[in-house]
Design a protein around this ligand. Sequence first.
Ligand code: DQA
Length: 143
Amino acid sequence: MTRILILNGPNLNLLGRREPGVYGSRGFDDYLEELRHLYPTLQIDYYQSNHEGSLIDKLHEVGFDIDGIVLNAGAYTHTSVALHDAIRAIPAPVIEVHISNVHQREEFRHHSCISAACRGVICGFGLDSYRLGVEALRALSDR
Ligand code: DQA
């Protein structure tokens, strides 16, 4: 069975309640249930943390065994060289995703510290960005 991790960074535990005009009004647990139903042959693990070090620990923990990671690093996307290095340190392909189109937003969101370490980037499709991230990993494993 293919095993994938969805890894969410800071403030993404508040999805559904946080700035619904930007991130929508659906909670992530509900969305994750739908995603797991959509891909019954995949094992989709989930982890969220508001702490940079915990996200790095999780990448180290799973990154040598798992088939791929869909990562929404939240605001750490724009600041974290340490996350960049952690992504580079592991063999698992990482797809960077964002719910919003960060390029249509404030300038400080236009730069990503992690894109260059990731296999690819998906942004701007709402929660569907995560499904597209899973599809990208599936396409990679079909190669
Ligand atoms: C986000 C975009 C980031 O700029 C922001 O800090 C987030 C969420 C997104 O999914 O659109 O927390 O990664």
